[in-house]
Design a protein around this ligand. Structure first.
Ligand code: MN
Length: 362
């Protein structure tokens, strides 16, 4: 039911029953502007000249990867001169929209398409650049460190440096690496390092792997319309069903886009889980609640947000914009008008981010 609020008021409440009044209130919530609200956006992208140049070079090769279409028509100047620049217009857009802080991460597909040497080198360089930007704008940025899973030994070394030397707040990984997932034992040192360093890994989307080209290479399905959530959802379920959280019980994983539909599927996952195929100490949903948090990146729909808060708890949902791929103003308006108490709004807007990413409130 769509209700024009002015006509509704003019008609007089006597003409409507209490139930109709309640329904009208649900259908047309008053927009709420939260003055002095602290807001931390947690999935916010940047590129570096080195990453952009290497991805554009790959896009010009004969590799038919589903990820490279986005880089085919770009120039390095265009990529680093626009909103993906580390600095540029970023702070102005944050200020205009009341965003106190962005948690920054190297844009997808990160360094995971490069050979191990180049990937490691570009990750280290990006983390150094990120550190410098954070220093230049005290209190405005936090950062997730890139690493190259292609070389797990050097990846863990860089993860340690990123936390102990650079003071970064967690890690970013863009789902599969050459079609492989982190439940594969060769990647366990990375998971072990994240757990030991007590920082989360944000598993960010990229397109499905080369083995999935025929399945996803139609209708733009390899991108956010479907492929991204299917890819990260698959990765998350491989970690859960592969027993990763029995092995690393304190490992924390962050996934965006309102949890990649996993929250909606949890009951059936529990109901159909067979321990002879995947021996686990606990129900799949219990790992999702204890070892994952989700973010609102790119989703401005109050219904799955409300459901996720009820299903997972208000401590497990973080606000994100997905800048520059999504509009900051619209993301703020959607969260400001969400149907929650101020206590829950504060958790989603910044308290959970400060806890999960160990952000100091300057
Ligand atoms: Mn993103």
């Amino acid at each position: 039911m769509k209700v024009d609020r002015r006509k509704f008021i003019a008609a007089g409440s006597a003409a409507l029953s209490g139930a109709a009044l309640a329904q009208a209130a649900r259908a047309a919530p008053a927009p709420r502007r939260l003055r002095d609200q602290r807001r931390i956006a947690t999935e916010e992208a940047f590129t570096t000249p080195e990453q952009a140049a290497a991805l554009i070079a790959l896009a010009g090769s004969n590799w038919r990867s589903l990820d490279l279409g986005l880089w085919a028509d770009r120039t390095v100047e265009g990529a680093v001169g626009g909103h993906l620049a580390l600095e540029g217009e970023r702070v102005r857009i944050m200020d205009e929209n009341g965003v106190a802080m962005q948690v920054l991460s190297l844009t997808s597909p990160g360094v995971q398409m490069f050979n191990a040497d180049l990937g490691t080198e570009i990750a280290i360089n990006a983390n150094d650049r990120l550190f410098e930007t954070i220093q230049r704008y005290p209190g405005r940025f936090a950062g997730l460190a890139a690493f190259a899973p292609q070389d797990p030994a050097r990846a863990t070394k860089e993860m340690e440096r990123a936390i102990s030397k650079l003071g970064l707040n967690g890690f970013i990984s863009n789902s599969h690496t050459n079609g492989e997932y982190m439940d594969d034992p060769k990647y366990w040192p990375i998971l072990e390092a994240a757990e030991a360093l007590d920082r989360p890994i944000y598993i960010h989307p990229r397109s499905p792997s080369d083995a999935m080209i025929d399945a996803y290479g139609h209708y733009g399905m390899e991108l956010a319309v479907w492929g991204y959530q299917a890819e990260v959802g698959l990765h998350a379920m491989r970690l859960i069903l592969g027993g990763i959280f029995d092995r690393f019980p304190n490992l924390k994983i962050v996934i965006g886009h309102m949890g990649k539909n996993i929250p909606f599927h949890l009951w059936r996952t529990d109901n159909k889980h067979r321990s002879e195929r995947s021996p686990l100490k606990r129900k799949p949903s219990e790992y999702f609640v204890d070892n994952f948090v989700i973010t609102t990146s790119g989703v401005r729909d109050h219904m799955p947000l409300d459901y996720s808060v009820k299903k997972l708890g208000a401590d497990n949902v973080l606000w994100a914009v997905d800048f520059p791929y999504e509009d900051t103003r619209l993301a703020v308006e959607a969260m400001d008008s969400a149907p929650f108490s101020q206590e829950v709004i504060n958790k989603i807007y910044y308290e959970n981010a400060e806890r999960i990413f160990k952000i100091k409130n300057l």
